[in-house]
Design a protein around this ligand. Structure first.
Ligand SMILES: C[S@@+](CC[C@H](N)C(=O)[O-])C[C@H]1O[C@@H](n2cnc3c(N)ncnc32)[C@H](O)[C@@H]1O
Length: 294
């Protein structure tokens, strides 16, 4: 079979598959959207994720009264509000699932194993700088603030915690500090009592004293931490890199390496590891968890 005939047959097959599955996002437009998403965020949708992308973007097409993905793609490339629409695209495709005290063994390792080290190393400056990159609605940096806030060893220290996320609506939620029951599913009764006001059924307001200790900003992690905030003693980037492609993961690790002080700590999520890539970090086994160190 000639190359042209082969391509025509393949395209016809793809069209009939699309028709039989009712897919409205054709393969070519999917590839364009996929590249756009990866370029703007690092998030990598593989070949099998076309229907996921389609499902997540359908509400956006309906809101814009566009009934064709190719037209939506053109809006993203050439529309008047291109930047705004890319923001809404990322809002639609990112997974922002999070909750307080998620992967708590690691947070306790931060408090019990890493903090004593920071106390010894930073005794002269009495400062600690922590960055939660990809913090979604803020539960992660606020959990760190709650855990470290009661530690006598750093009483009176200048402890600054920064949370950043790509999606502005997540950042707004983080700043508002109001949460639903589901966000507190791993929060103990005594912490609820100490740090939250139960405003109404399914509405919990985080105490101002915790919110004050965390600065939240909208930011792409590839742009590094907010200006004037580093170098950091600890960076948490948990449940973010698992959605990235290899190249983006490598770039992110370089950003973190540049942003940490010598001997600084990098905490990734349990489903993430740097084992498959060459990295300048050392793996460190703590009592309760495994973390990385510059
Ligand atoms: C699943 S949440 C993880 C939240 C929290 N770190 C945790 O472990 O519970 C992933 C977050 O990463 C954010 N994200 C994805 N790509 C990003 C990027 N390039 N820069 C900053 N944030 C990003 C998403 O918007 C989302 O809120």
């Amino acid at each position: 079979m000639t190359g042209a005939r082969h391509n025509a047959l393949r395209d016809a097959l793809a069209r009939s598959r699309e028709a039989s599955t009712g897919s409205r996002l054709d393969a070519e437009t999917f590839l364009g959207l996929r590249d756009l998403i990866a370029g703007a965020s690092g998030i990598d949708f593989d070949e099998n994720s076309r229907y996921i992308v389609e499902r997540r973007l359908m509400p956006r097409l309906r809101a814009l009264r566009i009934d064709d993905f190719a037209a939506y793609y053109r809006t993203l490339l050439f529309g008047e509000d291109r930047a705004g629409e890319i923001e809404r695209l990322l809002e639609a495709v990112t997974i922002r699932e999070t909750y307080f005290f998620r992967e708590s063994a690691q947070l306790l390792a931060l408090r019990d194993d890493v903090l004593p080290d920071l106390v010894a190393e930073n005794a002269a400056s009495k400062t600690i700088r922590i960055w939660s990159a990809g913090c979604a609605s803020g539960e992660e940096p606020y959990s760190v603030a709650m855990l470290l806030g009661t530690q006598p060893a750093i009483k009176g220290w200048d402890v600054r915690i920064f949370g950043t996320d790509l999606v502005p609506s997540a950042v707004e939620a983080a700043r508002a500090g109001v949460y639903r029951d589901v966000a507190l599913r791993a929060t103990s009764d005594d912490k609820r009592e100490l740090y939250f006001e139960h405003e109404a059924a399914n509405v919990w307001r985080l105490d101002e004293s915790v919110r004050q200790r965390v600065t939240i900003e909208s930011r792409n992690l590839f742009d590094g931490a907010p200006d004037g905030t580093g170098p950091f003693d600890v960076i948490l980037c948990r449940n973010v890199l698992l959605y990235f492609g290899d190249a983006a993961r490598r770039r992110a690790v370089d950003v973190f390496h540049d942003s940490l002080r010598e001997g600084g700590w990098l905490l990734l999520g349990h489903a993430e590891s740097l084992l498959s890539m060459r990295t300048p970090f050392r793996l460190v086994h703590l009592g309760r968890d495994v973390v990385y160190r510059k």
